[in-house]
Design a protein around this ligand. Sequence first.
Ligand SMILES: [Zn+2]
Length: 142
Amino acid sequence: MLTSQTTEQRCPCGSEKPFAYCCEPYIEGQKPAPTAEQLMRSRYTAFALGAIDYLIDTTAPEKRDVIDRAIIAEQIQFTTWTGLTILDKEAGHKGDSKGVVEFEAKFETDEEHCILHERSNFYAKNGQWYYVDGEVDVRSAT
Ligand SMILES: [Zn+2]
């Protein structure tokens, strides 16, 4: 599944760390992301690499019924993610029960370059962070 990304390469999330020491252990299920920001970063990386199961597993269980696997698969197929910038954070540390992460993610399709801006809500349960929902705004960058 993740063969296009070798473990020595820099992580797609823009942390400057090798993939193996950043998002890979979370996406591969070796350990849970310790903070809301790290979960958010690993979900960005999962979008970039096409790790759909991880995206579903890290969505809050009560929100999973609105997820359409086919739509995510299509989005992943037609979208190239080209950069992530964290803009703001509230709580979301180890031991917190909630967190907010605001970010901008750049992506390209065949037709245009876009910037997705989102302020996302997360909560933690039993040491695992989950994505709940967010205020999303997409604008053209071309
Ligand atoms: Zn990463």
